[in-house]
Ligand binder design. Structure first.
Ligand code: CA
Length: 519
């Protein structure tokens, strides 16, 4: 018998509404996947097993790639920390989100944010770990972040509303611990979006005690460009980021550290100090005894740099493993998308460098692996040109939310799902614009584009020079063919495309510079 609503009494109505609300919340939880975005700092793709490195021990990042997809051409739009994070949150290029440099810019939270958009779509949102945007997280229901760069040992965290707490231990472990305890106490009725921001593998590469010496039995091969002479490349010649001249024996390589005075190391507690000092005293003695000079010293520095760098990455990867284990044990794995990415790439001795910034491959490209059970086929590889402005629209797409009109990136979820990615319409050129100059590494500001085969760059602000690379013939980018006979048509064509990209992305400042650029 059909009962008219007015014939139902109030308790029954309430019960019906409750059941409807519960069912809709259940349906939402069941259909909307959770998203965990693990975001490291300065972790080079060429230092990861899944990207072909045979020495690196990164079984957990490799696992995400194996069980999901790996992007081979995931490019950043401005290769430094803060700007990449601002692009992650806004889906926009630096000139529109206002965060161009790693200076004291305060991130403008008064714009459309990935976090807030997900929250409006029913997600519970949290940022735990490194953030580094000179502002408190916005659009996040929960946060516990490192102030600024944060510390590897015994770090402080800023929790809500704005309280600093001190902790004993190693930063990667603490971040994982805070992430899993938030997952334990979250509201189970809602899907969640969690950013786990890692400090590793940022300079000064201080490994966890258990990882000290993890690569001491390895001799890292020298990259073919290690002794690059920068011929035909004005900006590369004038940078200040070489292992030879810029890398510091004491603060970077821990040679002759004064553990009571040097600010980075004096925060170790007595137990940590004992282990740390014993290891690096041996390192210091080795280089003093050998009395190295010239190339022998540069190569010694290179080996030490990579030993510290890869050992620091060990704890990053181990902690990613702990989080994956947690998801398995709690039953969350099957309905949780897990992404691992770094804020940009990094030089591991290529061109004689460490650091990032340049549009050249090692810093332009950043690792990105994603696992999405039931949607992405295990072992998927995507070669299309993805940019970090695409990350936010992709996650919104996964969450079933529309990309807000002011986001400039596009969802690449169709590429991840496609059997034949070549049939999905996608961009043929990716745009790049870097600003920070002259400090800290004297890399001239520049803009450019990359296609699947070519790269065109203009360095301005004093360098005023064009560079053109054929990545098929010259994958290590040592031969600038701009201006050489036979490349005129190619250069003109790419310049036209560069201008079109500047118009598309509304980079008015770049358009002005291009209009008066040297021919
Ligand atoms: Ca970084």
């Amino acid at each position: 018998m059909f009962v008219k609503p007015e014939h139902l009494n109030r308790p029954i109505l309430t019960l019906l509404f409750f059941l409807a609300a519960t069912f809709s919340s259940f349906a939402q939880t069941a259909t909307k996947p959770n998203i965990i975005f693990i975001f490291s700092d300065d972790h080079a793709y060429q230092g990861i097993g899944a990207y072909g490195n045979k020495i690196a021990k990164t079984p957990n990042i490799d696992r995400i790639a194996r069980e999901g997809a790996l992007l081979t051409n995931n490019l950043v739009t401005n290769s430094i920390c803060g700007p990449s994070r601002a692009t992650l949150l806004t889906g926009k290029y630096s000139h529109l989100n206002g965060y161009k440099r790693n200076d004291n810019t305060k991130f403008n939270t008064n714009q459309t944010l990935l976090s807030e958009t997900l929250r409006k779509s029913g997600y519970q949102t949290a940022w735990i770990g490194k953030m580094h945007l000179n502002s408190l997280p916005a659009g996040f229901d929960y946060w516990n972040v490192l102030p600024g760069q944060g510390h590897y040992y015994n770090p402080e965290f800023i929790g809500q509303p704005n309280d600093t707490t001190h902790h004993t231990g190693y930063v990667s472990d603490l971040i994982t611990q805070f992430a899993t305890s938030w997952l334990d106490k979250r509201d189970n009725a809602k899907p969640f979006f969690l950013i786990v921001g890692h400090k590793a593998t940022h300079r000064e590469w201080m490994p966890d005690l258990q990882d000290l010496g993890a690569y001491d039995d390895v001799t890292f091969p020298l990259p073919s460009t290690f002794y690059d002479d920068y011929k035909g490349r004005v900006a590369a010649l004038q940078q200040d980021m070489t292992i030879d001249k810029t890398m510091r024996m004491k603060l970077d390589l821990k040679v002759g550290v004064d553990y009571d005075k040097d600010w980075l190391y004096k925060r170790l507690n007595p137990e940590q100090r004992k282990v740390f000092k014993a290891y690096y005293d041996k390192v210091s003695k080795e280089v003093t005894d050998k009395n190295l000079t010239g190339k022998a010293l540069i190569e010694w520095k290179y080996q030490r740099y990579l030993r510290d760098y890869f050992s620091t990455a060990n704890s990053l990867d181990r902690n990613i493993g702990k989080l994956l284990d947690y998801l398995d044990k709690s039953g969350l794995s099957k309905n949780t998308v897990v992404i691992y990415a770094s804020d940009q790439g990094f030089y591991l001795g290529e061109h004689g460098w460490f650091d990032k910034r340049f549009i050249y491959e090692e810093s332009l490209k950043t690792p990105f692996v994603i696992r999405y059970p039931g949607v992405i086929k295990p072992g998927t590889k995507v070669d299309n040109l993805i940019v970090n402005a695409d990350w936010a629209p992709t996650m919104l797409n996964i969450a079933g939310a529309k990309t807000p009109a002011d986001m400039q990136g596009k969802s690449f979820l169709p590429l991840l799902k496609a059997d034949r990615a070549a049939q999905v319409p996608w961009r043929k050129e990716a745009y790049y614009h870097y600003y920070e100059f002259p400090e800290p590494h004297h890399v001239y500001p520049h803009f450019g584009l990359r296609t699947s085969r070519y790269k065109l760059v203009y360095f301005y602000g004093g360098a005023d020079s064009w560079e053109l690379y054929d990545l098929e013939k010259d994958p290590t980018e040592v031969s600038n063919i701009y201006g050489s006979a036979g490349t005129e048509k190619l250069a003109a064509d790419l310049k036209g495309k560069l201008k079109a990209l500047m118009n598309e992305y509304k980079d008015d400042e770049a358009l002005k510079i291009l209009a008066t650029a040297k021919k």
